[in-house]
Write a protein that binds this ligand. Structure first.
Ligand SMILES: [Zn+2]
Length: 456
């Protein structure tokens, strides 16, 4: 008679009918019943329930009756955020995690180091936060338009290990795994500014003030470079409970290695064919170190060059060919091709009406229609595609409200590409639901791009 209305949770860990992150949600006139085989499944049922609730305050709450049996298509449902080029506060990261949780993302790829700033406290190497976390100024706009003008303001920021523990706990409560990324051997100028002895030339360097790729990289011929990186990774492994560590591996020019006596001696001693194989040697050595610590290594698709380290996962960003090649070799793959997964690209063709972006064009429908498993992949290798993620690089994204604008609503579209059975996808239906959802985003004070809302 409605006197004992309740939300009833039941966890049935041995119910093989409900998959790991799946759930049943039954809403009747008497009760809301949530059944799952894991805590994550119940959590996602609650997110669905939140999405069904009206946002406006009302005296009587009405929820439509429903019987939902739901489960995700992909295991890796990721969002990335570059906190090196621009730094985002602990509270902003938590807001990002809240939005991810609402749309059932389970992996946060945290880009913590790059040429322009080192953002993670490492106790053994205090100069990484004293020197590497600060650049003296930042280039304004696109240099091709502005001719290398600088803002003349120091820019800094880092997360203490206490901050990181707090953020990990916050993510864990939301069933989100954090994958920290420590870039090597390229994109390491900020680290080398503090510890130039681990470069090929000895420096001096300073954290970069412009964007792009530097020729200054870690020396692969120097054993003490590996000790330095392993000591850093040892602290990273102790902090992050998840099984994945991302070691970058992208955009590593070989210029310094070609003329470095130590790097050339290593090539000779290890009987490597060239500098590409030297990077492969570098990666394998780090993979061995991290594997012994029980971690699984992820790298950008460049780690395929010169031979892929056993057990390494490839994140395919230069299109999908790297991902296909890795999956054919029976390596696990996360898809994040520039099109349509780079959310730092423009979402409209009227770029004069948009905030400055790096370039590109990834509109909402392209993200919605994305299918992570490539058609070209051999059918028996499709299980190697773990899923996909949206990447938010922040060279041209100086504040968090701008992050929100670039990420939303594209991450809502990606959420469906990763979760929903393709047979149930429907762009018109998505826009209709997103329009209703936008009230929830308004209530959360999210600065999303609202062009999808049809003007009346
Ligand atoms: Zn060298």
């Amino acid at each position: 008679m409605g006197l004992h209305k309740a939300i009833v949770f039941s966890i049935t860990p041995f119910d093989t009918a409900i998959k790991e992150e799946g759930y049943l949600l039954n809403i009747s006139s008497d009760e809301i019943r949530i059944t799952a085989s894991t805590g994550a499944g119940s959590f996602y049922a609650i997110q669905t329930l939140i999405q069904l609730l009206p946002v406006e305050q009302q005296t009587r709450l009405k929820i439509p009756a429903a019987a939902i049996a739901d489960e995700p298509q992909y295991k890796w449902r990721g969002m990335h955020l570059d906190c090196s080029r621009h730094f985002f506060s602990k509270e902003e990261i938590k807001k990002y995690l809240d939005l991810m949780a609402l749309y059932k993302f389970n992996t946060f790829h945290w880009h913590l180091t790059d040429d322009q700033g080192w953002r993670i406290e490492i106790k053994k190497y205090p100069l990484l936060t004293q020197i590497s976390s600060t650049r003296k100024e930042t280039v304004i706009g696109h240099p091709k338009d502005t001719g290398n003008k600088f803002d003349r303001k120091p820019y800094s920021g880092y997360y203490s290990q206490e901050d990181i523990k707090e953020i990990i706990a916050y993510a864990t409560e939301r069933h989100i795994t954090i994958v920290p990324e420590i870039e090597m051997p390229g994109h390491s100028v900020a680290a080398l500014a503090a510890y130039p002895q681990y470069s090929c030339t000895g420096g001096p360097f300073e954290p970069m003030t412009i964007w792009g790729v530097s020729n200054e990289v870690f020396c692969a011929g120097n054993d003490s470079t590996f000790s330095f990186i392993e000591n850093i990774l040892s602290e990273v492994c102790a902090l992050f409970p998840g099984k994945y560590i991302h070691i970058g591996g992208d955009e590593c020019p070989k210029d310094r290695w070609k003329t470095c006596a130590k790097c050339q001696a290593r090539i000779k001693k290890e009987k490597l064919a060239n500098e590409a194989e030297l990077q492969s040697y570098f990666t394998k050595r780090i993979v061995n170190y991290l594997t012994a610590k029980g971690k699984t290594v992820i790298g950008w698709d460049e780690i395929l060059e010169g031979g892929l380290a056993p057990g390494a996962i490839v994140m395919s960003w230069r299109g999908t060919s790297g991902g296909i090649a890795a999956a054919e070799q029976e390596h696990y793959v996360v898809m994040s091709p520039g099109n349509p997964c780079y959310f730092d690209h423009y979402q409209s063709k009227k770029i004069n009406e948009e905030p400055l972006a790096i370039g590109g064009y990834n509109p909402l429908p392209a993200v919605y229609d994305y299918v992570p498993t490539p058609k070209k992949l051999s059918p028996d290798k499709t299980p190697y595609i773990l899923g996909a993620q949206g990447n938010v690089w922040t060279e041209y994204i100086p504040d968090f409200s701008h992050v929100e604008y670039m990420a939303l609503p594209r991450m809502c579209a990606l959420a469906e590409a990763l979760w929903t059975d393709p047979e149930n996808k429907n762009y018109k239906g998505f826009i209709r639901r997103l329009t209703i959802q936008s009230k929830l985003l308004d209530a959360k004070n999210v600065n999303y791009d609202n062009k999808f809302i049809k003007k009346k």
